[in-house]
Write a protein that binds this ligand. Structure first.
Ligand code: CUA
Length: 262
C-alpha cells in the first residue's frame, strides 16, 4: 500500500508497526486534504470569476459547506491524536517492561559518538563520577565500587532478539538524540539527566543509530551501531567483554579527562 511508497526504513521493533500504521493513515488523510482543497480552490476560481461577477459581493458564500469541511478535518485530526498518537506515546513513556527482565544499557552521548555501558554479569551498574573519567574509563566508573567491577563499555548497542531493551540516555557534553530508525524510536540525551527509552527488537541484524539533535560540527557523522543477535550469541558476547580497567591516580585521570574535553 501507500506505506511502501513512502520510502521508510526497514522495521525491526515490536511497536514499530503501530507507528508505521499511523504514518500511513496521516499520509492518506493529507492526500485527501490536498486533493479536496485543491479541487475546492479551482472550483472557487471558476465559480467566482470576474467575468460573471463584475461586482464584488462582500457577504461571501451562504453555503455552510466549508464550515462543515473544516469541522470534519478537526474531528479526523482529534481522532488521529486521541486514537493513535496518544496511546502509542503513553505506552512508550509509561509502560516500561521492568517485569519482563529487560536488557538495560546506559548510553552516554558525546561529541561525537556513544558509550554503551553494560552492567556485566552481576546485573548491577557501578557508580559513576565525573572525577574518574579517563580515556580508558570514559564514563567515570568508580573503581572502588564493587558493583562496577564487571561493568564494561563498548561503542555499539548489542541486544538479543525478542527481549525488551531499556536504554538509559545521558550526555557527556551537549544535547544529543539517540534515534534508531529501524526501531522507530528516538530520545534526547541531556547532560545531567538520565532519560529511559524502551523497545523490543524483533529482527536480527546490524543497523545505524543516528544523532537526532544538532550537536556540533561532527553531528552529521555521529553514527552509532545497533546489533541484534540470537540470545545464545548475545550471552557469548556478554561473557567475552572485558570490564573497564581500574584507574591509576587522580592526577592522571584529571589530565586525561581535560585532554579529552579539549
Ligand atoms: Cu550528537 Cu548530533
Amino acid at each position: 500500500m501507500l506505506i511502501q511508497w513512502l520510502g521508510i526504513p526497514e522495521l525491526a521493533s515490536a511497536h514499530g508497526a503501530m507507528i508505521d500504521h499511523m504514518l500511513e493513515v496521516v499520509h492518506w488523510f493529507m492526500l485527501v486534504l490536498f486533493v479536496g482543497w485543491t479541487a475546492f480552490f479551482l472550483f472557487t476560481l471558476w465559480r467566482f470569476r470576474a467575468r460573471n461577477n463584475p461586482k464584488a459581493n462582500y457577504r461571501g458564500m451562504k453555503s455552510k459547506f466549508s464550515t462543515h469541511a473544516e469541522v470534519g478535518v478537526v474531528v479526523v485530526e482529534v481522532l488521529l491524536l486521541l486514537g493513535f498518537a496518544f496511546p502509542l506515546w503513553a505506552k512508550r513513556v509509561k509502560e516500561f517492561p521492568m517485569d519482563s527482565n529487560p536488557i538495560v544499557v546506559r548510553a552516554t552521548g558525546y561529541q561525537f559518538g556513544w558509550h554503551m555501558h553494560y552492567a556485566g554479569a552481576d546485573g548491577k551498574f557501578g557508580q559513576r563520577d565525573p572525577q574518574h573519567i579517563t580515556a580508558a574509563n570514559p564514563i567515570g566508573l568508580d573503581p572502588n565500587h564493587a558493583d562496577g567491577a564487571d561493568d564494561f563499555v563498548v561503542n555499539r548497542l548489542v541486544l538479543p532478539v525478542g527481549q525488551p531493551a531499556v536504554v538509559q540516555l545521558s550526555s557527556f557534553d551537549v544535547i544529543h538524540n539517540m534515534a534508531i530508525p529501524v526501531m522507530r524510536i528516538a530520545q534526547d540525551a541531556i547532560p545531567g539527566s538520565e532519560i529511559p527509552m524502551w523497545f523490543t527488537p524483533v529482527k536480527e541484524g546490524e543497523w545505524e543509530i543516528v544523532c537526532g539533535q544538532l550537536c556540533g560540527l561532527g553531528h552529521g557523522v555521529m553514527k552509532g551501531i545497533i546489533e541484534v543477535m540470537p540470545v545464545e550469541d548475545y550471552n557469548q558476547w556478554l561473557q567475552a567483554q572485558a570490564p573497564v580497567p581500574p584507574v591509576a591516580s587522580v592526577e592522571q585521570e584529571v589530565g586525561v579527562a581535560i585532554a579529552q574535553v579539549d
